[in-house]
Design a protein around this ligand. Sequence first.
Ligand code: SF4
Ligand code: MG
Length: 290
Amino acid sequence: MELTIKSFETPYKPTWCPGCGDFSIWLALRQAFVQLGLQPHEVYVVFDIGCSGNMCNFVNAYGAHGLHGRALPLAFGVRLANHGMPVVVIGGDGGSYGEGGNHFIHTIRANPNITYIVHNNQVYGLTIGQASPTSDKGAKVKMSPEGVIDEPINPLTLAIAAGCGHVSRGFSGDIPYLTQQIVSAMQFKGFSLVDVFQPCVTFNKVNTYQYFRERVYKLEDKAHDASNKVQAFERALEHGDRLPVGLFYKEEKQVYEDALPQLEKKSLVEQSHSYTPGVRDLTLVVESFM
Ligand code: SF4
Ligand code: MG
């Protein structure tokens, strides 16, 4: 059967609010799979909790829905079990940079071959509009009617500082460009981040499509050198009237799976059939340590 974006659809229709930026990411993700020639059974998607995570019902591929903020360790386990399969993680700014902030930093350090797509709408959408780790200081949201006091997290500078080898940002309002960002991230060998400006049309009345359209520009239009870490930091720190999208930083480095001699010849799932009877009985393993 011909591979199209419909190949990745399920019988269920999205329940997102009309106009939500999640629709564009859903489309860009499926377009990226088609461009990469992946069949639904050839890719694994792990979803975090949140409006973004509701996508688990709308994507036809291997997948799992993790606990809030814990999608990355789950995805890491999938990679170690079958490192021949591309793994993508879908999360929101709350789960990724709040509850899962620790996993974000330390998965970057390990550098498994995983692509992390973050729906960054600068608010907790599913729980109806609390401030998130990327809400702007002073932003007035439901639970902070006098304005957010905390400084926002900058996911891009955080990722670069932690050692991420492929750091990019897209915008829900530009689907072809976002598709390109996802394809490039998935082609990269190592941990890749695609942070996405994703307007929450219901609970964020500041960071709207219009807000981003007036500010977003593409890094390649400014002759940005993605191999230059200092320049990447400078661009990632831009915040306010000008908001860059594109590839901020790229650096090839050792991938975690390649450093494991156990995975050298075959993935773990391919090895399992060759286990001698009884070895997979965990009581025997435990007893050997007694
Ligand atoms: Fe999208 Fe916001 Fe609605 Fe969630 S609450 S579906 S993020 S518009
Ligand atoms: Mg959010």
